[in-house]
Design a protein around this ligand. Structure first.
Ligand code: ATP
Ligand code: MG
Length: 423
């Protein structure tokens, strides 16, 4: 149980740490890339400012001297690989007027790349193996409707961000592993005093049940002696009190037996045998003898496969069956109880199903809890330990028990037990 809690705590701590760090890293990554882009856009805006100044000067000169744009086809583009920023001017029909480029041949695609982009809206686009930051502006040229695209390469920055992201992920994973180890260690440390006090509590329950058993049986025997001694000395009321005392003492004895069994189970001190059990025969015999005790209003139906063998503790398996059958009888006024036993692969499936009062969805998750009795059934006599004991028996045989129920319709207990080998 403690190992399970420790593992759960470790996973929870590691998960929350991972989530927290991932969010932090994502925020960091987004802010760094936003700051970088902002800076690049500012650079481009500055560049645009300068270019516009030169181009406007150019235009003024041409107008003064009444000159047309004389740039010949061959001179439309000036290519210089060392240039940090580049620009292109296009007519409104997307024909290149002129430009300075840093990537050979980009002028052929750049208009297409920025076709549907709004003006002054920075765009990062991929072109060949380059990442480019481009901005479209209204051209300062006198040509009506012409536009200008300016840009710079952001490939290096993108590579840097990519490497940074990988480093972030690696750091996060390493950090999570460290936190997982650390929290496993700390959870283990924190568990030590809890474990100790839990063990002390278990030992106390075990010792108390053990110690109370002897005086209780002495008490019970004394009541029997009293009852058999001289009956005439008791009035009718005295007799009634005596019978009540005996019944309560018996109830307490059952309770103590149950507690002792569970205490031994908790402390791994349950002494059980590994016997060859003819399970089909055993279930048949128990259900038959049980049938005799049933009132006429309840029918018992069985579906027991022949020849199923099982290795386990016969007394415990008997006890398990009694607990389930007793509950089915106790909580069914009229209707039927169905017992089925089958073997599938290496598993044995035992089902005890009734058409009784059923269990509410609120009570259902708690029926295996110690001393738990559904509110509606409290008036029925019992200790509330039966199903806890059944669960302990099943778990001791490495099996699993579950319950399905519909309030007012009935209840079904399903036990699956692995067919173990004798060592
Ligand atoms: P004890 O078994 O010690 O006599 P109990 O029967 O009350 O007492 P459990 O066997 O542990 O205790 O069952 C716990 C509770 O689960 C019961 O009080 C009852 O409310 C509910 N329960 C168990 N089996 C059935 C069933 N077949 N039908 C309806 N309710 C059930
Ligand atoms: Mg019971």
């Amino acid at each position: 149980m403690f190992n399970k809690i420790q593992r759960k705590l470790t996973i929870q701590y590691a998960f929350f740490f991972l989530l927290f760090v991932l969010l932090l890293m994502a925020a960091l990554y987004i802010s760094i890339s936003a700051i970088m882009q902002q800076q690049q856009v500012q650079e481009l805006e500055l560049f645009f400012g300068k270019e516009r100044y030169h181009l406007e000067k150019d235009d003024e000169f041409k107008e003064e001297h009444n000159k047309e744009d004389q740039i010949t086809d061959g001179k439309k583009i000036e290519y210089d690989a060392n240039r940090a920023n580049f620009y292109y001017i296009f007519t409104k029909n997307n024909e290149l007027v002129h430009g300075d480029e840093s990537f050979y041949g980009l002028y052929k695609d750049v208009a297409q790349l920025m076709m549907h982009v709004e003006e002054e809206d920075p765009q990062t686009v991929e072109w060949k193996d380059q990442d480019l930051l481009l901005i479209k502006y209204d051209s300062p040229h006198s040509h009506n409707g012409s536009y200008m695209i300016i840009g710079q390469s952001v490939t290096k920055q993108h590579h840097l961000l990519e490497r940074m992201m990988y480093a972030f992920i690696a750091l996060t994973l390493i950090g999570t592993l460290c936190i997982a180890f650390l929290s496993h260690y700390l959870a283990g440390k924190a568990m030590v005093p809890i474990k100790k006090s839990f063990e002390r509590q278990r030992k106390f329950v075990s010792d108390a049940s053990h110690e109370l058993r002897t005086p209780l049986s002495v008490f019970y025997s004394s009541l029997e002696v009293l009852e058999n001694d001289d009956e005439n000395r008791f009035s009718a009321f005295g007799q009634e009190v005596l019978t009540d005392l005996k019944s309560e003492t018996q109830h307490m004895e059952t309770l103590l037996e149950g507690l002792l069994f569970l205490a031994r189970f908790d402390q791994n001190k349950l002494k059980t045998k590994k016997e060859d059990i003819e399970l089909s025969e055993l279930v048949n015999n128990i259900t038959k003898s049980f049938e005799r005790t049933l009132p006429d209003s309840i029918q018992l139906k069985t579906q027991i496969a022949d020849g199923i063998k099982f290795i386990g503790d016969e007394t415990s398996i008997r006890e398990l069956l009694y607990i389930l059958l007793e509950n089915a009888t106790k909580f069914t006024e009229k209707g039927s109880i169905r017992v089925s036993l089958t073997s599938i692969n290496n598993y044995i499936k035992l089902i005890v199903e009734d058409t009784g009062i059923g269990i509410t969805q609120r009570d259902l998750p708690h029926v295996f809890d110690r001393f738990y009795q559904a509110t509606k059934n409290r008036q029925k006599k019992g200790t509330g330990l039966g199903l806890s004991i059944a669960q302990a028996i099943v778990s001791h045989h490495q099996g699993h028990i579950s319950v399905e129920s519909e309030f007012g319709q009935g209840t079904k207990f399903i036990v699956s037990l692995p067919i173990l080998k004798k060592d």
